[in-house]
Design a protein around this ligand. Structure first.
Ligand code: PRP
Length: 212
């Protein structure tokens, strides 16, 4: 399998945007769109695409089963991934924010701030430098519900259009950081397949939607 450059792509929105980029550089001829197959091999270009759940991209790359992967910076931060970040794609742009009900006072001394989130590590790190007691409630999705039903005071989540917050009567109380989609590499692969990886980066950089 070592003769292939193997890429793990997330199924879904981020993966579709990534495929558009790989399409532009002519790397997707082996891929049958709308197929349920999970692996596609191009024997001419010696590349292998694997389609995985977004949350699993980092696992495949860290283990070296995939040399490269495409994933959001939010996942890299939450997983504390031991990978190289090689390139910032021009898509998947959003931000981490603290959100809650209108006029909620974030900075309250002497009370524990209850935060619902899919991102407990990011949240813990962000609040570590503050003199504020917090309790993190880990959820797996639809976190906007939590402050509405009294499970938490606020949420820490990614905000893209702001539509989900608005639809649920919530608003951003504080922006935390910008995030976007990244090309990541396994550390060993980056050394041993350096030339091929550099060639890919160059091809992708020539696409105007991609920034360094
Ligand atoms: C993400 C995020 C927000 C929403 C933000 O959820 O957790 O809920 O998208 O997007 P917006 O600002 O454009 O509305 P996702 O769609 O991944 O679903 P989930 O809540 O089930 O995780």
């Amino acid at each position: 399998m070592n003769k292939y450059l193997t890429l793990a792509l997330p199924k879904g929105r981020l993966g579709d945007s990534a495929l558009e980029q790989f399409d532009k550089i002519g790397w997707t001829t082996s891929i049958q769109k709308d197929s349920r197959k999970l692996v596609f091999i191009d024997e001419v270009l010696r590349i292998r695409f694997m389609f995985v759940k977004p949350a699993d991209v980092i696992t495949y790359v860290e283990n070296g089963v995939a040399d490269l992967g495409v994933i959001g910076k939010d996942s890299i931060l939450e997983e504390e991934a031991d990978v190289y970040e090689l390139l910032d794609f021009g898509f998947g742009k959003c931000k981490f924010s603290i959100a809650g009900q209108k006029n909620f006072q974030l900075h309250q001394k002497d009370s524990v701030l209850k935060i619902a989130t899919k991102y407990p590590r990011v949240t813990l790190k962000y609040f570590a430098s503050r003199n504020q007691s917090i309790e993190i409630i880990k959820l797996n999705g639809s976190v906007e519900l939590a402050p509405l039903v009294g499970l938490s005071d606020v949420i820490v989540d990614i905000v893209e259009t702001g539509g989900t917050l608005k639809a649920n009567g919530l608003e951003i109380l504080e922006d935390m950081m910008d995030i976007s989609a990244k090309l990541i590499a396994n550390r060993v692969s980056y050394r041993f397949k350096h030339d091929r990886i550099q060639q890919l980066i160059q091809l992708l950089q020539e696409q105007k939607e991609v920034t360094t």
